[in-house]
Every structure is written in structure tokens, then in C-alpha cells.
Design a binder for this molecule. Sequence first.
Ligand code: NDP
Length: 252
Amino acid sequence: MRGRFEDFGVIVTGGARGIGEATARRFAAEGAGVLIADVDQEGAELTAASIRAAGGKAEACGCDVADRTSVDAAVARAVEAFGTLDVLVNNAYRCGEHKPDFADEDDDEWRLDLDVTLIGAVRCTRAALPHLAAAPGRRGAVVNIGSVNGISYFGNHSYSAAKAGLMSLTRTLAVHAAPSGVRVNLVAPGTIRTPAWEGKEAVLAAAAPLYPLGRIGEPADIAGAVTFLASSDAAWITGVTLPVDGGILLSN
Ligand code: NDP
């Protein structure tokens, strides 16, 4: 049986670890060639090598989504490696040091969070869009990774504002890109066990019972939703925010 993404070219930003890594692995397991574009070049290379060792197609490149030249190079690299670019997953983010008091937050931290998390997705989408629009069978898709923080109150002003901005960007780009058949959607995860939570086991343990489904999420929970939204099963879905959150938004 052919995989859903046979002959697809996919870019996952921040794909070296965590949710991005699980998503890259899932696309590769279903036949795609995946470019892991991560500021951690060594991590990206290790993940790509591990996907290849499992029989998948993967390449790695050092890429900082805050740098336009670096983003343009990553997109060119994916097109060169796979001959087509069909899916972009905007997953890289920044969540700076959170100050307990709003009055102590400084502009530079805000700028950095917005520059990576929100404008990073703008840069990547701008560079990828002409290629996504040229994808065979109008199958081009962008999947942004947001957060329940963009929807309800879970703390951290700058991160939450950036994620809310991504939801708006998802809607406006969905309309902008629709004539070329490119769909733009967003997955909003709840708490997911990734290296971002390293050393914070107690926080994760305390969070689990707050979730109506009784556990926090795993990266594979998000990879499943991302690949669904990128697939032909979602061919008539664009501009949506899909919470994948164990029901936490129902009780928050
Ligand atoms: P991780 O911190 O585990 O992994 C993020 C990866 O992105 C790292 O490899 C990191 O590299 C890389 N990265 C950071 N900055 C950049 C950049 N400027 N350009 C390219 N790559 C970069 O994150 P998660 O897997 O936990 O999160 C992935 C996504 O899911 C994010 O968008 C996050 O906001 C979202 N999310 C996560 C939740 C969770 O509970 N884990 C909950 C809700 C949303 P390095 O390690 O070198 O910084």
C-alpha cells in the first residue's frame, strides 16, 4: 500500500526534537521526503540519520526561522532534495524567560518571541508558498503549530500573543492561498511531553489530572493531527484551528 505522502516534499521547522521530530517521523513513515530545518543543526542531522536508518527519506539543515536568508536556503534545499515542496509545518518557536510581573517584561524579549514564533512562520510561508502553489494536484498545505495558550489563559503574555497571532495568520493566509489550492490550518496542542519540559516532571504530573482525558499529550498525538490536516482527507478544510488538548479548553 502506498503511503499518504508518497512523493511529497515536506519541511518541518524545529524538527530535531519533540513535536517536530515526531511529525517528521510520521511524514517519513508515510512516504514523504522530509527536510528537518532546525537551529540545532547537529540535532537535525541526528534525527534525519535516524529516519534514514529506519528506511525513510530525510535531509537536515541548520535553519534559524528568525533569519530570512537561512529560511530561503532551507526552502531551496528541500526543493532540490525532493523535487517538490508540498507541505510546510511551522513548528519552531521561542518562549523567553517569563517574568512573574508583567511590569518587568522588557520589549526585547517580546520582540524575540514574536520574531521567532510569529514572524518566523511568516518568513517560512512566504518562501515556501510559490512552491506549495506549484505542488501537483493542488495538494500544497501549511500546518502551523499554535498552542492552547493562543486561545485561553495559561500564562506567559508574549508566547500567548505570538500563538494567537499565528491563528489570525492562519485565517488570512488560508484566504490568500486558496486560489492556488494551498490550505493553511493550525493545530493547537495542550501540554505535550517533549524535551521542552525536561526537569519539570512535577509540573507535568500536576497537569495530568487537570486534563479531562486524564493525561498530558505525547508528540505522536500532535503528529497524527498535523498529518491529517496535510492529507487529502482534509482537502476541504482550510483556515481552522484544531485544538489537540485532551479536552483542557473545555475546563479552562
Ligand atoms: P522543543 O523545545 O522540544 O523543540 C523545539 C525545536 O525547535 C528545538 O530543536 C529547537 O532548537 C528548535 N528551534 C528553536 N528556535 C528555533 C529557530 N529560531 N529556528 C529553527 N528551529 C528552532 O519544542 P516542543 O516540541 O515542545 O514544541 C514544538 C511546538 O509545539 C512549538 O511551536 C510549541 O510552541 C508547541 N507547543 C508545545 C507544547 C508542549 O507542551 N510541548 C504545548 C503547546 C504548544 P534548540 O533546542 O536549539 O532551541
